[in-house]
Design a protein around this ligand. Structure first.
Ligand code: CP3
Length: 347
């Protein structure tokens, strides 16, 4: 197996900086759009053969060093009893959580029974890839999932979820605890199915002040990180607009912290300390720069990150109008410029 990604996550020397792209099976790939013409997004997530096929597409086309399983962070919320729609305008919950009684009604589901299709998709992906690169499992963080479940969908102001935190903190904690008790077995199931590394998405954690992040997200992230690590698998914690939370994120004990483009990686290193790997952090829109300028930015990120403990990635997901050729050029550029003399010892 090409294990560069796993080595970098553990801050071991690598021959070449590993790279993968978030939302990699997204709508920018024509071969993905061809599958989506025949099937909606949620049924696609629940059909392991097809989910495995679209997981593998970017590995084949781009030569990335890992495959993130095709699914969505909101899948477990449906298993908890929420009605979920994932249409063209993003996620929507027709009956959002409004009261303590709504939260009490949420199930803590058996992961295999309710979301076994994710495990099956991981097994099929591994077989399709002949284990050539590691499969990344993932879940959303409790705060980020709760934000969707309470707001009823995406939000710019997060008024409803923040009011819940401030007006009814005990109810909020009960929701985060229930989510954590759902997500830990869900991630354990993915590891048992063969995910070699796990990423936790706290996409909206950066909306919280440091003190609120510390009370309402950090304890639950930490529980998830520790449970996955207890299975011998490294964990990446990712969020956006989180630069000021880096010292707190470090306290989760995650092996890797994912950074967006709002901070330079050498500054991120200074804030996060030496004992963690960093992932990131090219602005996804930089894929629209002329080649020479993109290459300069890649070189700059590689220089700031240093040769050990760095996984190259975009600072957030790749966007639909991006050209697959630009993504391929990025991967080739990282592999060319991120080539280190210290080859890992062959086992
Ligand atoms: O990289 C991958 O392909 C892995 C699969 C993956 C998806 N979503 C597929 C997807 C992963 C890791 C996610 C994570 C996810 N989903 C997050 C965290 C990452 C982030 O963006 O911060 C969040 C917040 C979601 C919730 C979600 N799902 C949103 C906001 C949307 C709409 C996105 C948009 O740009 O309109 C989705 C739908 C979704 N999830 C798509 C894909 C490929 C698009 C579905 C389609 O129309 O085919």
């Amino acid at each position: 197996m090409n294990d560069r990604l796993l080595r970098a996550a553990r801050r071991q020397p690598v021959d070449v900086t590993p790279v993968w792209i978030m939302r990699q099976a997204g709508r920018y790939l024509p071969e993905y759009r061809a599958v989506r013409e025949k099937i909606d997004f949620l049924p696609l997530c629940k059909t392991p053969d097809l989910a495995a096929e679209v997981t593998v597409q970017p590995v084949r086309r781009l030569g990335v060093d890992a495959a993130i399983i095709f699914s969505d962070i909101l899948i477990p919320t449906e298993a908890m009893g929420m009605e979920l729609e994932l249409g063209d305008r993003g996620p929507h919950f027709p009956s959002p959580l409004r009261t303590a009684a709504d939260i009490e009604k949420l199930a803590v589901p058996d992961p295999v029974e309710r979301t076994g299709f994710v495990a099956e998709a991981i097994r099929k992906t591994r077989a399709a890839l002949h284990d050539s690169v590691p499969v990344i499992g993932f879940a959303g963080a409790p705060f980020t999932l709760a934000a969707y479940m309470v707001e009823g969908g995406g939000s710019k102001t997060f008024i409803l979820i923040k009011r819940l935190l401030f007006e009814q903190p005990k109810v909020a904690h009960a929701l985060f605890d229930r989510l954590t008790r759902t997500l830990i077995p869900y991630l354990e199931m993915q590891v048992e199915a063969g995910a070699r590394i796990v990423q936790i998405f706290d996409s909206w954690g950066g909306e919280l002040s440091p003190r609120d992040f510390e009370s309402f997200s950090l304890p639950y992230l930490t529980r998830m990180v520790q449970a996955v690590q207890a299975k011998g698998v490294p964990v990446i914690v990712f969020g956006t607009a989180m630069s000021t939370h880096l010292p707190l994120l470090r306290r989760t004990g995650a092996d890797v912290i994912g950074c967006d483009w709002r901070i330079e990686l050498d500054q991120a290193r200074a804030l996060a300390g030496p004992d963690v790997a960093l992932q990131g952090n090219l602005d996804p829109l930089a894929l629209f720069l002329p080649h020479a300028e993109l290459e300069q930015r890649v070189a700059d990120i590689l220089r700031r990150a240093g040769p050990v403990g760095h996984i190259f990635n975009l600072g957030h997901g790749i966007l639909p109008p991006t050209s697959p050729d630009a993504a391929k050029h990025l991967v080739e550029t990282v592999h060319r410029l991120g080539c280190h003399v210290t080859a890992p010892p062959t086992p």
